[in-house]
Design a protein around this ligand. Sequence first.
Ligand code: ZN
Length: 315
Amino acid sequence: MPEADPESITKIDGHYMYEGKAAAYLIVDGEEAAFVDTVTRFSQPALLRALEAAGLTPEQVRYIIVTHVHLDHSGGAPALAEVCKNATVLAQPRAGRHLVDPTRLIAGVRGVYGDRFDELYGVIDPIPKDRVEILEDGEFREMGNRTFTFFDAPGHARHHFVIQDSGTNSVFAGDAFGTCFPQHYQAERPFLNYVCAPPDFDPAVAKKTVQRIIDTGVERVFVAHFGIVNELAEAHEQLFTTLDEYDALVNQAAATGLEGEKLYDYCGDATTQLVNKRLTEADLDSSDETIHFWANTEHMITSKGLAFLAEKRRG
Ligand SMILES: [Zn+2]
C-alpha cells in the first residue's frame, strides 16, 4: 500500500459510482483551504465533513481548483461554490468556459451516460463568471506559505491543467498522470493505467504531459482515481508503456475497417484483454473480486476514446 498522505492534505472519497473510485483533495494552510476537484454535487457532504474535521468553515475556503471539467471531477463545483462563498474557482482557459456555460458539456456527457446522467451528476448549474478565474500555463497563486503553480496538461483532455504545490512538493494531476488504485499495489509496486477519454485523448500528447510532471522534480503525485503515487520512476515507465500500447491498439482498430458499435466493441474487447495481460504481468490476480470487477467493467470511456481516435486516424 502507498505511503500516508502529507499532513496538510486530506484525500476525500466522493463515492462516485462506488467507494474508492474518485477523489477530491483538501489542502489546508493555516486559516485557509483549497479543494482540488469536487467529484459530484452528491459528494458535497463528504467534502464539508473533511473541512469541518480540519477545523475550518466553508467561508475559509479560498480556492476551488478544477483540474478538468469531466463531471466526475468538476460536477460538484457549482454547488460547492455556492456554499463556499469566498472561494474563487480556478480553471484552465478551456475549462473555464464550460463552468460558466455548461450547456455543451452537459449535452456531451448525456450522450455518453444517457439516462444515468441525473443519477450520477444531478443538476449542473452555471458558475457566475465573476467567481471563475482563468489561469494560463505557468501562472501561480499563493495560499498561506505555499505556492500553487498551474501547468497545462493535455492528453486526457484539452481542458486539463495540473497543480504543483510547493507546500508538499507534489503535483495534483487529476487524470493527467493516469489512474492508480491503492488496492492494485503489489509488493510496494503501483499499477497505473490511463483513461483514454473521447474526444481529446492523444497518446503522444499524454506522454509529453507525463514527462512534464516528472520533470517538475516533485516527490509525489496525487491522482484523482485514486490517491498518492510515490514511486514516480516506476509510474513513469508504466504510463509510457501503457500509452504506447493504447496507441498501437488505436492503429489496429483503425485497420479493421469496423465502424460504429462494432468498432466500439472491438476496442472494448481489446482494452479488456490488454488490461488483463498487464495485471498478470504485474502479478495481480485478475480473478480477485475487486480487481476482476475493475478490469472488466471500467473501460467504457477508454473504449469510446480509442474508437473515436481510430476513426479520426482514418481521416
Ligand atoms: Zn477525466
